[in-house]
Design a protein around this ligand. Structure first.
Ligand code: ADP
Ligand code: MG
Length: 968
């Protein structure tokens, strides 16, 4: 409506686009030409018949990133240098020609760098016809016998085709014959030797399925697009040698079917390959001449050779082309030799040349852009505008990409290194082009006439000729027989000879006879008409039947087509499902594998869990065993300690009894003194077992027998007056083990015997350890203890760690008394409140006077005084201090004591001590003595004899060291 409003011819609605929405990708083929010279560097390699590889030439090997470059490109087919023109034609152009004959459009173009073989591929070289002559040859081979007479089809200047009536066609033919100098029939024509060898009839191909009931005509046009101008290469312009006119450019128009065409372009009807190629050659020549005249480079122009095939059905008689424009089908094949794909830099162009090159590039660039946009629209579903109009080439081909048809491209490659970079760009574009899809053209419906009309018509004509020849051929000047027979069936004519001017018999008789004949003729005509009408009606009836049958067939064909489509769809669906099922199978496979891995994991984890459980079980049972063992040990120890306590209580009781007895004795003596003045010194009776075991009285002045220490430690000789080791009795281990001896007796035994053990230990410490093991537990488990003296003098510098305590007890010569020990008498003051600590270190003073409270009498007899004082230390242990002093006589005759020294006995908790000390003793578990046994501090302390410098007192307190016993 809008168009009408604009005053334009209303157009036919555009043909329904693709009733089937099948599409085919642009078929891209690659052809490599041989190198110009054998020693040239080659930068391509045909990998397979679909893949080609480009190697960067030596000079270019490292690209900007410094990496080696090899690129592969895949195409529908790759043709190596050995590919023949025929092979290429079979693969590339043949299907397009077949399509053309079946009313389908096609576009074939060659693309590549200048010199890559585009023209060689499209047109061919001498002796090697290219795709163009071969296509023409195939067309004429196929439609040869079915071509319409010249001028039956006539282009209408609007890209359409009309059918002329016989007379007009005949007149046109006569006109052409009169103008043309060329001989009438092509067979008799001489072919131009310039291109004769490019047409090779022996290679002739033929398309199948040519409709015999149609008439065909081929029209060719040849244009050149240069600098974005279109020139008609077939236009006949009167040549003016004085002022040659520059060629007029043509414009593009859109026909009523929205197809683009070059308005006013010459379309030459051709009837044979030779004629067609001759026309092409003429155009080619013109192009060459124009380019030379105008100083243009032909490689910069696009040449487009269009082959149009018009076909229309024969009429019902099969005699003439049906005079119906709507029944004319026109298909076209465009053969395009594109300009060389060069960058401006390579063309070495300047000024207007540069602009030309730019334009050439521009049109190729537009082609690339169009292809890219098309591809994007198709792949991404976008609807971007494709810039076809930006250049004439793309604008002309718009319908091929927008509408339907088959598009094929041959990419030509020159393997030489110089072209490498441009070839790379060409390849990229070509590879991308393959992703563009073009709608597949549909089959045209056939017209409603009976098939085989041409054959029938031909057969009828043949038969008629034969019969005419048989019956009434003008043999010997006679009439044809059929005419004779017909004449014989009429009433014979009377003799027509007039006897005289007054003969009025002959003429009326002749008139009568002629009238008779006329009547017969009338009758015969009537008869004939009757029969003819009858025959006509029968024929019409038959025709109607045939038409209805044809319609039925057509209908059935339509249905068949639908069914075919359905089958195709279902096939596609099946394909899709098969693909899907394959994918799913693959997925299942992967999942199966994953499951297996997980199961494996699970098994190993379970295994680990089991082993851990077993270990736990084992550890638990171990723990239980340990618990029961510890419980056993605890009850054992408890029992032992209970027994020990009982024993101690008993011993204490006995001791107390002893003390009581001693006191009683004293009391009795005192009583006796009081009552009798002087009585006999009676030996008191000790109660119970102690009776036999009175410790031997020590001599006040022990004999200076040589000590075993003398040899090794001379300083020990100073101790001899007090510690007469040789006289000391070592406690009998056997006896001690009895357990029946009282603690008191033990102590008294110890007072005399312990130094012996110490001496033994000095000779063989491990021995003494062994012996010590024989001691009652109560003793051996006694806490570790040590003596310390508090003297207001500088501290002792004896290094306990360094000294061998057994061979060199740290006794200072300072403590030696100048006089003999026997010369000193001590007052041993022990307050009654003191507790007997049952310690190993005990105050042992021979000839001392023991008192509970100091008295003058005792003091007057002695010159030394010692007080055993007990107090509670800060750690809760009882601490015993020996406070020593010297006795002076006062001027008044009394006694005074001056304290000079304090010695302290400190006890330590063995548990705490043992945790601090080194556990070296445990290394000798099998009873073997080890050096380490003597290295721990406790052991050393327990055997150390410490005396501080500055003490002027007598012997200190001896530490009766026992090595500790191992824990049970
Ligand atoms: P273009 O048209 O691409 O510029 P041409 O077709 O003119 O290139 O080829 C340049 C030259 O290379 C011509 O002489 C041609 O004969 C030769 N040539 C091209 N392709 C081949 C081929 N496949 N085999 C042999 N010669 C070839
Ligand atoms: Mg060329």
């Amino acid at each position: 409506m809008i168009r009408q409003a604009k005053g334009k011819t209303p157009r036919r609605p555009p043909p329904k686009k693709t009733s089937n929405n099948q599409k085919d990708p642009v078929g891209v083929y690659c052809r490599a030409r041989p190198l110009g010279a054998d020693d040239e560097e080659c930068c391509i390699e045909v990998i397979s018949n679909t893949t080609i590889q480009l190697h960067a030439p030596d000079g270019l090997k490292a690209n900007r990133n410094g990496e080696f470059k090899e690129t592969q490109y895949s195409f529908k087919k790759v043709f190596g240098i050995k590919t023949t023109q025929r092979e290429l034609f079979e693969d590339v152009a043949k299907p397009l020609v077949e399509d053309l004959i079946h009313c389908k459009n096609g576009l074939l173009f060659t693309y590549g760098v200048t010199g890559s073989g585009k023209t060689h591929t499209m047109t061919g070289s001498p002796g090697l016809g290219g795709l163009l002559p071969r296509s023409l040859d195939m067309i004429f081979n196929s439609i040869g016998p079915y071509q319409a007479k010249r001028y039956v089809f006539k282009p209408d200047d609007k890209n359409g085709m009309e059918v002329q009536n016989q007379v007009d066609a005949l007149l046109d033919r006569q006109k052409r014959d009169s103008q043309s100098t060329v001989p009438k029939t092509p067979t008799t024509r001489r072919i131009d030797p310039e291109f004769a060898d490019m047409i090779s009839p022996e290679d002739a191909c033929r398309a199948d399925g040519v409709d015999e009931d149609s008439s065909y005509s081929v029209f060719v046009s040849y244009i050149e697009i240069y600098n974005n101008y279109i020139y008609d290469l077939l236009e006949e312009t009167p040549f003016d040698p004085i002022k040659p006119k520059p060629p007029q450019s043509k414009i593009l128009r859109e026909d009523q079917n929205h197809n683009m065409y070059v308005a006013g372009c010459t379309e030459v009807e051709v009837k044979s390959t030779e004629e067609a190629f001759e026309v092409f050659w003429r155009g080619q020549k013109k192009r060459r001449i124009a380019n030379t005249q105008l100083n243009r480079e032909s490689s910069r122009s696009h040449s487009v050779f269009i082959v149009k095939l018009a076909q229309a059905p024969l009429d019902a008689d099969g005699d003439n082309v049906l005079q119906d424009k709507n029944q004319v089908n026109v298909s076209q094949l465009c053969l395009v030799d594109l300009a060389g794909s060069e960058r401006t830099s390579r063309t070495r162009a300047e000024g207007s040349r540069l602009r030309e090159a730019g334009n050439i590039n521009q049109s190729l660039m537009t082609l690339r852009t169009c292809i890219e946009v098309l591809r994007e629209n198709q792949m991404c579903g976008t609807n971007k505008m494709v810039p076809y109009r930006d250049s004439k080439v793309t604008h002309l081909f718009k319908n091929y990409f927008d509408g339907e048809g088959k598009v094929r491209m041959v990419v030509c490659v020159n393997p030489k290194a110089d072209d490498y970079e441009e070839t790379l760009l060409v390849m990229r574009f070509a590879e991308m082009t393959q992703e563009v899809e073009v709608a597949r053209p549909v089959d045209r419906p056939i017209c409603g006439f009976t098939a085989g009309r041409r054959q029938r018509n031909q057969a009828f004509k043949d038969e008629l000729t034969r019969r005419l020849e048989e019956r009434g051929g003008p043999v010997d000047g006679e009439f044809p027989t059929i005419l004779n027979q017909l004449l014989q069936s009429f009433p014979p004519l009377p003799t027509c000879e007039l006897s005289g001017p007054n003969d009025d018999v002959t003429l009326p008789r002749l008139i009568e006879a002629l009238e008779k004949r006329h009547r017969v003729r009338q009758m015969m005509i009537e008869e004939y008409n009757k029969t003819a009408n009858m025959l006509k009606s029968v024929l019409q009836e038959q025709d109607g039947n045939i038409v209805s049958k044809e319609n039925f067939i057509h209908e059935q064909r339509g249905k068949l087509g639908e069914k075919d489509k359905m089958i195709q769809n279902q096939k596609n669906e099946i394909d899709r499902l098969e693909k899907k099922s394959k994918m799913l199978e693959y997925k299942i496979d992967i999942l199966q594998k994953t499951t297996n891995i997980y199961e494996e994991d699970k098994r190993s984890l379970q295994h680990e869990l089991e082993s851990r459980e077993q270990r736990l079980q084992r550890e638990m049972s171990e723990k239980r065993r340990m618990e029961s063992r510890m419980q056993g040990i605890v009850t054992d120890a408890k029992l032992k300690w209970e027994k020990e306590c009982e024993r101690r209580v008993n011993a204490k009781q006995l001791e107390m009894q002893n003390k009581l007895w001693v006191k009683d004795e004293k009391l009795k003596q005192l009583k006796a003194i009081v009552t009798e003045g002087k009585t006999e010194n009676r030996q008191p009776q000790r109660p119970s077992r102690e009776k036999d075991k009175v410790p031997p009285k020590r001599s006040a002045s022990p004999s200076p027998a040589p000590s075993p220490y003398n040899g090794s430690q001379s300083s020990l000789s100073s101790l001899e007056p007090i510690y007469n080791f040789s006289q000391m009795v070592r406690p009998d281990p056997h006896f001690l083990r009895q357990g029946s001896v009282s603690v008191a007796s033990c102590i008294s035994e110890w007072e005399q015997g312990v130094p012996q053990s110490r001496r033994q230990g000095s000779q063989s410490p491990p021995d003494s350890r062994k012996r010590a093991q024989g001691l009652p537990d109560s003793l051996s488990r006694r806490r570790g203890r040590c003596w310390a003296r508090e003297v207001p003098v500088q501290p002792a510098d004896v290094d306990l760690e360094e000294t061998d305590h057994w061979t060199a007890p740290p006794v200072r010569p300072l403590h030696r008394r100048s006089h003999s020990a026997g010369g000193e008498r001590w007052v041993d003051h022990k307050p009654t409140s003191n507790v007997d600590l049952d310690t190993v270190l005990q105050l042992n003073l021979p000839n001392a006077i023991k008192v509970n409270a100091p008295n003058e009498k005792a003091l007057s007899k002695c010159d030394k005084y010692v007080l055993t004082h007990q107090e509670l230390a800060s750690d809760g242990e009882i601490q015993t201090k020996l406070i020593k002093g010297e006795v002076f006589r006062t001027r008044g005759g009394g006694q005074a004591v001056q304290f000079t020294d304090i010695e302290t006995l400190k006890q330590e908790n063995p548990v705490v001590a043992s945790s601090r000390k080194r556990r070296s003793s445990e290394s000798g578990q099998d009873g073997e003595p080890m050096e380490g046994d003597w290295t721990d501090v406790e052991t050393r302390c327990s055997v150390a004899l410490e005396m501080r410098a500055g003490s002027n007192l007598g012997p200190g307190y001896q530490h009766h060291g026992y090595t500790k016993r191992r824990k049970p």
